[in-house]
Design a protein around this ligand. Structure first.
Ligand code: AMP
Length: 474
């Protein structure tokens, strides 16, 4: 890896798995599932399928750098034969964005084959990797998912079945992981003991699904069965579903940022609709940070429902100020500061007609480095807005995330060493208000079982002693 590139190893991924008990091919449904999860990762993707009644170790895999519709086509999908399989979409920062790190990982070992797709970050992957390497293991990739796959394969040699092997591996790994695994004749879904990253189960006729988000189940016409619970291992076989929840932690640590920014608004996690939680955030902002204004606008996409909530609560009309180029992915895809700056303008344009001469309330989901807000405020003012009042539907970002959301290190977080007043000046706004951290739980119906470490510095699991991001580049 190139040391000169952004020295982070963030992972924001989507996983999808399917087992058709009637023996039909699953590749095309997995493709559509990944397509619905594309917002979770745009750098690489892959699908691995096999036949449950076919020869062991006969896995058909297609992986590549790029979007789902760039990597897959009718030809390569048509050749993928198999009734069980898993898929993955991946976003990482530049350093780790190489073809070898694409998933699913397919591992051949003495008991057969494991195809594994992982969303999340481990906090002890380096130490585990070192231990395994000292014991003779050879790794092909630099992602911690391979450590998980290796541990499961090794445990499987002693365990009676793959679920037990997964459970033994879970006792060794720490951090965030939602996994979908196709072992030759079982589809396994796993959520870490705190449930940092989401995972849910779906069903369509005689086929079962596992997906990062329920919107992917809708896309393939599957009905939502339930969420996989934190700490749960589900095994889907031809005889039904088994579940083991014995490794669940006493407290949950579901990522609140999934609701604020990351997930699609039409997804449901643990009974809460993401769209509704964004509306609630907007309502709270209107209660806590009211302002006299003529129009409320959202920064697409996740700012829009929050802006609607603000408008409903305040009575100020909701409007559309930004036109988004739908063919551009998320701004963070370009990891370098200079390219991120210009990509704001590539992605968004202002409807001059709507904002000219107006006092505008502009809602975005977060301020990380401050680049985006500064750009957008300037765009609104250049288009004739009289005042721009920025409201942010999350608390200030103060700490990095070690659990699968790409939040940069503290020295790059504008809120870490600037007051709200200073940030307001730096982004050129007339006023600035953040969501109060005390009210975060209202986004998920008052449930306190979530991780807000990026805002509070208190993580449900100890963060790694040293910042692991970038370690693999040494
Ligand atoms: P910045 O320009 O660094 O302040 O970034 C803020 C913008 O990035 C906001 O508009 C967010 O929607 C978006 N954003 C926040 N967190 C992330 C993330 N982890 N990955 C990608 N985009 C993000």
């Amino acid at each position: 890896m190139n040391k000169n590139e952004d020295p982070k190893l963030g992972e924001e991924c989507g996983v999808f798995g399917m087992y058709d008990l009637d023996g039909e091919d699953v590749a095309s449904s997995i493709y559509y599932g990944l397509f619905a999860l594309q917002h979770r990762g745009q750098e690489s993707c892959g699908i691995a399928v096999s036949e449950t009644d076919g020869p062991l170790r006969n896995v058909s895999t297609v992986k590549g750098m790029g979007l789902v519709n760039e990597v897959f086509n009718a030809d390569n999908l048509g050749k993928m034969k198999g009734d069980i399989g898993v898929g993955h979409v991946r976003y990482s920062t530049a350093g780790a964005s190489i073809a070898e790190n694409t998933q699913p990982l397919v591992l051949n070992y003495i008991k057969g084959t494991l195809a594994l797709a992982h969303n999340g970050n481990l906090t002890n992957a380096l130490a585990l990797r070192q231990d395994l390497e000292e014991g003779g293991a050879i790794f092909q990739t630099t992602i911690d998912s391979e450590v998980i796959a290796y541990l499961i394969a090794r445990e499987r040699l002693k365990a009676g079945n793959v679920e037990t092997a997964v459970k033994e591996a879970m006792k060794k790994i720490r951090g965030a992981y939602s996994l979908v695994i196709a072992s030759p004749r079982k589809l396994i879904g796993v959520r870490d003991p705190y449930g940092f990253r989401p995972l849910c189960i779906g069903k369509r006729d005689n086929a079962y699904f596992l997906a990062s988000e329920s919107c992917a189940l809708d896309t393939v016409g599957a009905e939502f069965v339930r969420d996989v619970e934190p700490g749960e291992i589900v095994a889907i076989t031809s005889t039904g579903i088994t579940s083991d929840k014995s490794l669940a932690a006493p407290n949950k640590g579901r990522c609140i940022f999934e609701y604020i920014y990351f997930a699609r608004p039409d997804s449901y996690f643990d009974g809460t609709c993401v769209h509704t939680s964004r509306l609630t955030a907007g309502r709270i902002l209107a209660q806590d940070h009211p302002v006299e204004a003529d129009i409320v606008v959202g920064v697409p996409e996740s700012g829009n429902p929050a802006a609607m909530g603000y408008a409903m609560e305040s009575g100020i009309p909701y409007g559309t100020a930004f036109i988004k180029n739908s063919y551009v992915g998320r701004t963070f895809i370009k990891p370098k500061q200079s390219s991120r700056e210009s990509s704001v303008m590539v992605k968004l344009n202002v409807l001059r007609e709507v904002v000219q001469g107006k006092r505008v309330v502009m809602i975005d989901d977060s301020i990380v480095r401050g680049t985006t807000s500064a750009r957008i405020v300037k765009m609104l003012k250049d288009a004739g807005a009289k005042e721009v009042h920025v409201r942010i539907s999350s608390p200030p970002f103060l700490y990095p995330c070690y659990f699968g959301t790409d939040v940069p290190s503290r020295d790059q977080l504008i809120a870490a060493d600037h007051s709200v007043e200073e940030i307001c000046r730096m982004i050129g706004a007339d006023s600035l208000g953040y969501l109060d951290i005390q009210r975060l739980s209202e986004l998920i119906g008052g449930d306190e079982g979530y991780c807000r470490g990026c805002f509070s510095g208190n993580y449900p699991v100890d963060p790694p002693k040293e910042d692991i991001r970038g370690e693999y580049e040494k």
